[in-house]
Design a protein around this ligand. Sequence first.
Ligand SMILES: O=C(CO)COP(=O)(O)O
Length: 134
Amino acid sequence: MKIALIAHDRKKDDLVQFAIAYRDILSEHTLFATGTTGLRVIDATGLEVTRFRSGPLGGDQQIGAMIANNDMDMIIFFRDPLTAQPHEPDVSALIRLCDVYQIPLATNMGTAEILLKGLQKGFVDWRLIQERRG
Ligand SMILES: O=C(CO)COP(=O)(O)O
């Protein structure tokens, strides 16, 4: 599975802790991240992560493009709900594309934990269901 990791600045410590805690599961998948988030995760975990541009410079849009190309399976995006982001339209667009393409999206640690544990147990069958519906 291809998983994107993204965190706004005040949520980066949380995402790093999360990546350390779930390193074993994450290491079984192909990881992507926005620029600064990816650097933090790589430094803390040693995981292999393909880094895109920083969020404000287009990183969210690069991940959105992967979603639109049916080339991304899960997004873990720890958003900061208390700080205005200069690139809020990009953030909204990424979340919108997750809904357009039925991509599992966690915007906080509670949901992210359930998604990763579900992924580990093979719960992610939505593409098969979608294919069956034609
Ligand atoms: O801004 C972001 C997501 O909207 C994250 O970007 P960085 O990982 O480069 O800080």
